[in-house]
Ligand binder design. Structure first.
Ligand SMILES: N[C@@H](CCC(=O)N[C@@H](CS)C(=O)NCC(=O)O)C(=O)O
Length: 223
């Protein structure tokens, strides 16, 4: 189990989040990558997701978000940048061959830049503005963008197990991004549903999820 208070790598995570966000916070991606390659990390648990972050945290993460990754003199923010850094250390996450490596990086950026924004819009609308009379029409307007991206992604994946040639940080981020898709929207694409199941059944994902949830459970127990 890579969570180890003596580890040289530190990642930030929240002490507590609302139930709908448990298992969804983006430190999960970093935990998952570190679990895949067996690198230990320690946790720096910070206040709740909606709390103002102190100036010292904003110096590490200008937007006040998690995760932040520290290792010696290195401080990284943005889950994509952190995953690239971790991938550099192990070819099980980022191939050394220039062609395969370029494809994996392209898919990582596609996940964050082309797919996640369409799904994130739906998530934001679904958890905010419930009392606003424009919410349903805003969701109706946003949904086709996400549906189109999922259809394009399903076509690109085809019958392969992973998005390119072997599991990589491109798959890791893409699968975590797809976990935020509305259930019915993802179910319309059996190949994407199977892709997400394939990723989330990896033992490293299971350990990462358990570690994130353990932090919240310890907080509710008053630890
Ligand atoms: N683009 C950032 C997004 C990080 C992010 O959205 N973090 C959320 C939790 S999943 C957060 O801390 N939100 C608090 C806020 O935005 O104030 C990344 O990939 O690291």
């Amino acid at each position: 189990m890579p969570v180890n208070p003596d580890a040289s790598i530190e990642i930030t995570a929240y002490k507590w989040v609302p139930p709908f966000a448990e298992g969804r916070i983006k430190d999960l991606r970093v935990r998952w990558a570190l679990e895949e390659i067996g690198r230990p990390y320690r946790e720096r648990l910070i206040g709740g997701i909606f709390e103002e972050k102190p100036a010292e945290y904003l110096a590490d993460q200008p937007f006040g978000q998690v995760p932040v990754y520290k290792e010696g003199a290195l401080t990284l923010f943005e889950s994509g940048a952190i995953l690239l850094h971790i991938g550099e250390q192990d070819e099980r996450l980022l191939p050394r061959d220039a062609v395969r490596r370029g494809r994996a990086i392209s898919w990582l950026v596609a996940a964050l830049n082309s797919v996640e924004p369409t799904l994130q819009t739906l998530v934001v609308l679904s958890v905010t503005g419930a009392e606003q009379n424009w919410r349903e029409s805003a969701m109706d307007a946003a949904r086709p963008f996400a549906e189109k991206r999922l259809a394009q992604l399903a076509r690109a994946l085809g019958d392969r197990d992973w998005i390119d040639d072997g599991f990589s940080i491109g798959d890791l981020i893409m699968i975590d991004v797809l976990r935020a898709a509305p259930t019915a929207m993802l179910a319309a694409h059996p190949k994407l549903t199977a892709y997400v199941e394939r990723g989330t059944q990896r033992p490293a994902f299971g350990r990462a999820l358990a570690a994130q949830l353990a932090a919240y459970a310890n907080h509710s127990k008053g630890d």
